[in-house]
Design a protein around this ligand. Structure first.
Ligand code: NI
Length: 259
């Protein structure tokens, strides 16, 4: 079985002590590719470095809405130079809006989000979207900025079928993470049954979002199987088939079908 964990934060401190073991546990259980996602300048740089060091790791670069308030215009050219210097950078993200924690003022979040969509389009990179309690503004901005020209993924999907359908119309994939397995996630589960299989991705978002029932503690790529198992059951599909299909989808979106 081949599994692509399309969203991890393996460069974070949480993995500093035992990253090699985390990798080998995951690889042994079939996780054969990892997309390590940046959320500020430092983590973007670290993600690129990790991808340069490991054949099966790819990276994404971007500034998360939490850090939108500390961004300056010249910082973006720094991100662009990272992108141009490494063929392992395959997406722009994670970017978006977070109205749950509101760590940056909302108007700043929006302008930093728009600026990065434009950069993703300039470099023809798919976009990784972080959307926390901001579904309507996210979808509106994606439409206004014509993000469909590059497409991307709604990472850690947390809305309902209505929003999923709008995102699909905008040329976006839907990625499911550990929160899919929580008993309170009925709306997400309903969407997960309806998303066409050509547009499904899976991820751990590790070290966050450990799947149910053992939600406490650090998540890691190994546990992506719990997400796949839950999703396959929901959809009445075989785990192996869904793993394979989402593997192919990840290649189509991030690796232009190849590599
Ligand atoms: Ni993330």
């Amino acid at each position: 079985m081949q599994i692509f964990d399309t969203h991890t934060h393996l460069s974070m401190r949480d993995f500093q002590r035992d990253l090699l073991e985390v990798f080998s546990r995951a690889r042994e259980s079939g996780v054969q590719k990892f997309l390590c996602v940046g959320f500020n300048f430092r983590s973007s740089g670290e993600s690129v470095a990790l991808a340069e060091k490991n054949k099966d790791v790819y990276s994404a670069i971007g500034v998360h809405p939490h850090d939108a308030k500390i961004v300056q215009a010249e910082d973006f050219s720094f991100l662009e130079s990272m992108l141009l210097s490494s063929p392992k950078v395959v997406a722009w993200g994670e970017i978006g809006l977070d109205y749950y924690r509101d760590l940056s003022p909302r108007d700043v979040q929006k302008s930093v989000f728009r600026a990065q969509i434009q950069l993703a389009k300039k470099h023809r990179m798919p976009i990784i979207i972080h959307d926390r309690d901001a579904h309507q503004d996210i979808l509106r901005i994606l439409k206004e900025e014509k993000a469909n020209e590059v497409g991307g993924v709604m990472h850690c999907f947390s809305a309902s079928w209505k929003e999923a359908r709008e995102a699909l119309d905008l040329n976006f994939y839907i990625s499911f993470a550990g929160n899919l397995t929580y008993p309170s996630s009925r709306g997400i589960q309903e969407a997960a049954q309806k998303v066409p299989r050509e547009r499904i991705l899976v991820e751990t978002d590790s070290p966050y979002l450990k799947p149910w029932p053992d939600r406490k503690g650090r998540n890691e790529p190994l546990f992506i199987k719990e997400v796949l198992r839950f999703l396959a059951d929901l959809r009445g599909e075989k785990l192996e088939d869904l793993a394979q299909k989402s593997w192919e989808n990840a290649h189509t979106l991030f690796l232009k079908g190849g590599r």
